[in-house]
Design a protein around this ligand. Structure first.
Ligand code: GLU
Length: 430
């Protein structure tokens, strides 16, 4: 294989550490089997178009130089420029970037956005960098990736460990090198330099919209719905607060230190999100303390895993008591856990639909940048609502048109059909 990414037997069997690319390829194969799709195109989709690996020398504040590794995986661009986040995390690796880039391809296609999929990152613990070090590392990363990105080619965005400030530095470094201000090279920037209102809140907002609609689908009144949210970062906190505002009862939330529980409902506005004050959830008084693992198995109507990947696995899927799962994080459910939920009839509303509000508002941001014309927050939220409802309707139609398919398969069916048709129309060249 061109990129050297392969699924080893050992990895495939070691469910707890299943890499994103293993999960993503299994999901692709499953969905392809449901559809009568050209196997040659499916074969192409198992491989990323390109993976860029760069070395990033960073001068630390004490004058020493440390070299970090960065990646950008570009999976497929048949429907438009590559699109996807950049994460700063010690566990970033090539396989993870490839798997996450595949999910971005499907996510953009489910939402019918004119983008393909990419993902990248730096192998670094951002908490161990000073603000100045993080800025220097980001500027160097932008410079090293300059030949493979661009507003019509590949458009990065925030992900784990990166934020609007990081995107501002990235956009500035790229623009300085190009000699012209190029806001469309990244999304998720601060609004003052071409960012979109509502972008930061968007992934959580889409999780909330999809949760509300899925409750409606299952005739579960939102004001009688109890919800547990794992992770209180941008996705988890925004989803929890909106669902709370819309009448649901958010009874549990967690961060890296553990979880809190109140059967009468948490004051989601008062609990600090990771961005407001890191790791502050367990410091919130007047609630019962739980472990993260206990939160995952709480008897609630909806469980929203919104932290990291691979938290619902073979070892805990049988103990999950929630009646429905809505994936806020990317890849929180391993393939075996997915099969267990299917056997147990627990619907899992997949990440590629539920958290797709982030990339959808990124698309709105990109449109604002290339048109040099900003949108109001009201317009962003109205258009996001419309895009989410339209994608949800397409996924319901796929779900209902096949016998016994999961919501994940239904979302794949919607996205894959669009991607495969685009590949067939364009053909293989040369
Ligand atoms: N990192 C986000 C995701 O996983 C957003 C990507 C983007 O906006 O391009 O969907």
């Amino acid at each position: 294989m061109a990129t050297g990414v392969s699924i080893s037997q050992e990895q495939a069997e070691n469910e707890e550490s299943e890499s994103a690319v293993v999960t993503a390829r299994r999901q692709l194969e499953r969905a392809a089997a449901l559809l009568d799709l050209d196997p040659n195109v499916i074969e192409r989709l198992k491989h990323p178009q390109r993976v860029e690996r760069v070395s990033l020398p960073l001068e630390r504040d004490d004058g020493t130089v440390e070299v970090f590794t960065g990646y950008r995986a570009q999976h497929d661009s048949v429907r438009g420029p590559f699109k996807g986040g950049l994460r700063y995390h010690p566990e970033v690796n090539e396989e993870e970037c490839v798997g996450l880039s595949m999910w971005m391809t499907w996510k953009c296609a489910v939402m019918d956005l004119p983008f393909g999929g990419a993902k990248g990152g730096v192998v670094v613990n951002p908490k161990l960098l000073s603000q100045n070090e993080k800025e220097r590392l980001t500027r160097r990363f932008a410079q090293e990736l300059r030949s493979v990105i661009g507003p019509m080619h590949d458009i990065p965005a925030p992900d784990m460990g990166t934020d609007a400030e990081t995107m501002g530095w990235f956009m500035d470094a790229y623009s300085m090198q190009e000699g012209e201000t190029t806001p469309g090279v990244v999304t998720g920037k601060p609004p003052v330099i071409g960012g979109s209102y509502g972008r930061e809140e968007a992934p959580g907002r889409s999780v909330a919209i999809v949760t509300r609609e899925a409750c409606k689908y299952y005739s579960q009144p939102l004001d009688e719905t109890t919800i547990a949210v794992q992770g209180f970062g941008s996705v988890g906190a925004n989803a929890a607060r909106l669902l709370d505002e819309w009448g649901a009862n958010v009874v549990a939330a967690s961060d890296v230190n553990g979880a809190i529980y109140d059967p009468d409902g948490l004051d989601t506005e008062a609990i600090k999100s990771h961005g407001e004050e890191p790791a502050a959830v367990t410091g919130f008084s007047g609630t019962e303390a739980l472990s993260n693992e206990e939160l995952l198995t709480l008897d609630v109507d909806v469980l929203i895993p919104a932290a990291v990947g691979n938290v619902l696995t073979e070892s805990n899927a049988g103990d999950v008591s929630a009646s429905m799962i809505v994936e806020g994080a990317n890849g929180p459910t391993t393939s075996t856990a997915d099969s267990i939920f299917e056997r147990r009839d627990v619907p899992v509303i997949p990440d590629i639909l539920a958290n797709a509000g982030g990339v959808t508002v990124s698309y709105f941001e990109w449109l604002q940048d290339i048109n040099r014309r900003g949108w109001s927050l009201e317009r962003v939220n109205e258009e996001l609502e419309a895009e989410m409802l339209s994608a949800w309707t397409s996924v319901i139609n796929a779900y209902e048109s096949e016998d016994e398919i999961s919501w994940r398969d239904a979302a794949y069916v919607v996205g894959l059909k669009r991607i495969v048709e685009a590949h067939e129309s364009r053909g293989l060249w040369p």
